[in-house]
Design a protein around this ligand. Structure first.
Ligand code: TNX
Length: 636
């Protein structure tokens, strides 16, 4: 049995494109009463559809063709329009397809040919030829002094602790020496690697000295020792006889920004805990200190909540016939997964051993379809007639600020989250609540009248203020995407993560909010890395080649001495995972851009230099190879 599907762009305008779709029956059998299912992440205008009808939930489309038969060796053809900018990448095309007959009891796999694009990008980015440097440190430390000679680690090398806060860092170093270099430090031997307390050093700061007498790591905080260990791991050289040595150096180093984060979306695709740990470990290598865990979204609820087992029983899985329906991939199976509270504790401990704080995100009130479908008796407003469509094309994904069930849900979820995560910050989402929401709900109208609210934004603020107060009672500080301050109800304690533009960050900082910068145009690792149609990724914010990622400088136009800069706590990069289905794809999107972002987070502005970074990156690639990271080859 063999079927094939082809999508071709027929015409393109700035925000309106037409497509032709062909399904070939390559078999010698006719099929009858058939439907076509496929995945595409843009919204097909149903009225524009020819030769049949289409229904769409998120990215999941079902076509009922006019002709009931698909004859052997013949094809079916239809056309449709989408309000979209021109498509540039193969990953913009159909991601999965399936033919179903007999009410879905029989299914046939469909081969997908790459989308026929009308206007792929013309330009290509190319890196200058670069010599690799021996001291391949990323991010670049504040001060490095090199000396002639190397210290040789030997079979009797031992780690010695003269600092109570160094034990986690020392354990991590020991593990990484083994993982990366197959080198086992001794429990009794020579004190070649010495961790020493230095109370004059600030949090995160460290000093590393390698000389004839050994390796000395100094810090005044446990995180400082982790950073020192990360630097040491990058300094290690492997001799031809596989023995290890470290060049003589003196390094003093301190972070530029207090907050250095990465967000991982585990809702759109589920990442098993080994994959999450692998990323956290990599973050530690680049001196990040925060892992922002996006645990809930329309397409999946990934966190065990004991008060509501339905959230994971129902909300963690999607597939044909399930309440969430298939999304993004895996049309022919039930797909999903979640993290038990025990696993969450394991991740938190793993991150903490590497100096990384885990901030959970429970995204409300938009992006809540999985929760609503899991707990309809609590979360569904039956009388709501509002018409809206979210960015990801859902019409039923927003919590209602007027339902008592919403507050019961929030209370229980936030209580368990606050208990489970030691971090003092809890991220509450607040992004992308669609226009048109709530206004046709009698209960929402009543709530608006009671409080004299004028707009839906005020209703959103009403709910978020509740969440903020609840979190405060639980000893937590609420943080959220830039829309969290819409409706003007939350307090200035809320930390704002800007993502649409830097302007939002600036506005919020001026109003007195602390901000974290995560601009899509520079820090989104789901954006394509180059202009070739083969490059996986999206480009709604930008194409982000390594060079653009490297050159990101937060609020570059605001002078250094402007007091507003004190409100910038740091930078975060993000991996949204609509198209991240495997470890391989994750590695490719994350590396090497993560190393460029690390430098934006850590290294002082006046010490950053693109070509210098490239020569360090070149020298650093063997260390990525040792970890089997399938990074995008920078010089290909
Ligand atoms: C915007 S950034 C989103 C996400 C998507 C992402 C895709 C933000 C707060 N919302 O829901 O996954 O774009 O690039």
């Amino acid at each position: 049995m063999s079927f094939r599907i082809e999508l071709a762009v027929l015409s393109e305008q700035k925000q309106f494109c037409r497509f032709g779709l062909t399904v070939h029956n390559l078999t010698d059998q006719d099929i009858a009463d058939w439907k076509l299912q496929f995945i595409i992440d843009r919204y097909i205008l149903p009225d524009s559809f020819t030769h049949g009808g289409i229904s769409q939930v998120g990215s999941f489309c079902t076509v009922t063709p006019d002709s009931q038969q698909l004859i052997a060796n013949q094809h079916y053809y239809c056309e449709f329009s989408i309000r979209t900018a021109p498509l540039r990448f193969y990953t913009d095309g159909i991601k999965d397809a399936l033919i179903i007959t007999n009410e879905g009891t029989t299914t046939y796999p469909v081969m997908i040919t790459p989308i026929v694009l009308a206007s792929p990008y013309r330009e290509r980015s190319q890196l200058p030829e670069t010599q690799s440097t021996q001291l391949a440190l990323i991010p670049k430390p504040s001060f490095v002094e090199c000396h002639e000679g190397h210290f040789h680690l030997s079979e009797s090398s031992q780690i010695t602790l003269q600092a109570s806060s160094a034990d986690k860092a020392a354990t991590w170093l020991q593990q990484e020496l083994y993982e990366l270099f197959n080198f086992q430090v001794q429990t009794i031997g020579q004190s070649d690697i010495l961790y020493r307390n230095n109370p004059t050093l600030d949090k995160g700061e460290y000093q590393l000295t390698v000389s004839g007498s050994g390796i000395r790591l100094e810090a005044g905080s446990s995180i400082g020792f982790v950073h020192a260990s990360a630097t040491l791991l990058q300094l290690i050289q492997v001799n031809s006889d596989q023995s290890l040595c470290v060049p003589y150096v003196k390094i003093s180093d301190a972070p530029r920004f207090k907050y250095r984060g990465m967000m991982l979306d585990c809702a759109r695709h589920f990442h098993p805990i080994e994959r999450v740990k692998r990323l956290i470990n990599q973050l530690a290598h680049y001196k990040f200190n925060t892992f922002h865990w996006h645990l809930t979204d329309d397409e999946g609820w990934r966190l065990e909540i004991k008060a509501f087992p339905e959230l994971t029983q129902v909300g963690a899985y999607r597939g044909t016939g399930t309440p969430i329906a298939p999304q993004f991939s895996h049309l022919s199976s039930v797909y999903g997964g979640y993290y038990s509270q025990e696993q969450v504790k394991e991740i938190i401990a793993y991150a903490s051993e590497r100096g990384i704080t885990v901030i959970p995100e429970i995204d409300i009130p938009g992006h809540c379809r999985a929760a609503i479908k899991s707990l309809p008796h609590l979360l569904q407003d039956e009388e709501d007639q509002s018409q809206f469509r979210s960015i990801q094309h859902y019409t039923d994904n927003v919590l209602s600020p007027a339902l008592p069930g919403t507050y019961e849900f929030l209370d229980r979820v936030l209580e368990e989250v606050a208990e489970l995560f030691p971090a003092t910050w809890v991220h509450i989402g607040a992004d992308e609540v669609p226009d048109g929401v709530w206004l046709e709900s009698p209960q929402c109208q009543k709530l608006m009248q009671e409080h004299n609210y004028q707009s839906a934004k005020e209703l959103q603020g009403h709910l978020l203020r509740y969440a903020e107060q609840k979190l405060r009672k639980l000893g937590k500080r609420m943080v959220g995407w830039e829309e969290a301050q819409h409706g003007n109800k939350v307090s200035k304690d809320t930390v704002i993560y800007s993502w649409l533009s830097e302007e939002a960050a600036l506005n919020c900082a001026k109003q007195g909010f602390d901000v974290i910068l995560q601009p899509g145009q520079s820090t989104y690792l789901d954006m394509s890395q180059d202009y070739s149609p083969k490059e996986p990724g999206v480009d709604w914010a930008a194409v982000i080649p390594l060079e653009s990622a490297y050159h990101y400088e937060p609020l570059a136009e605001v002078p250094d001495e402007d007091p507003i800069r004190k409100r910038i706590l740091g930078i975060q990069c993000a991996l949204w995972c609509e198209i991240i289905t495997t470890q391989q794809r994750m590695d490719y999107m994350v590396f090497p851009r993560l190393t460029a972002m690390a430098e934006a987070c850590w290294t002082n502005k006046n010490q950053r230099d693109w070509e210098d970074y490239l020569s360090r990156l070149k020298g650093h690639l063997p260390l990525l190879d040792r970890q089997n990271i399938e990074y995008r080859q920078p010089w290909k």
